[in-house]
Design a binder for this molecule. Structure first.
Ligand code: FES
Length: 123
């Protein structure tokens, strides 16, 4: 797939984010922001039988930060919480599918850090 196609996918997630919203009766919730720009992500998680049974996010910020939250929440739905804790940087950059510059890496990884915190809080 060409780089342009991947960028289209990122823009589509940015414009039409998946899992956007809040869960009222969540098991874990976490919030973090990128100090460089102030953009933020909140993730709500519900856990059942050791797995992420539902996940939603709210946030505002650049296309990379919001698209990665949209893609990541899709990816972790149904995943074991123990596996969410082990996800690394490569998992997110593979989801995004584009070269991420060091400057943009913080944008891309914001949601991963928040998802891990939300999972810890849900335990
Ligand atoms: Fe703020 Fe990307 S510029 S998270």
């Amino acid at each position: 797939m060409s780089l342009d196609m991947y960028s289209e996918i990122i823009l589509d997630h940015f414009k039409n984010p998946h899992n956007f919203g809040k869960i009222e009766k969540y098991d874990g919730r976490a919030l973090d922001y990128n100090p460089a720009c102030g953009d933020e992500i909140t993730i709500f998680i519900k856990v059942k039988d050791g797995k992420v049974s539902d996940v939603k996010f709210e946030g505002r910020g650049c296309a990379i930060s919001q698209a990665s939250a949209s893609m990541l929440t899709d990816a972790i739905k149904g995943m074991k919480v123990s596996d969410v804790s082990k996800l690394d940087e490569k998992f997110v950059t593979d989801l995004l599918g584009v070269e991420i510059s060091p400057m943009r890496l913080k944008c891309a990884l914001l949601s991963l850090g928040v998802a891990k915190q939300a999972v810890i809080k849900a335990k």
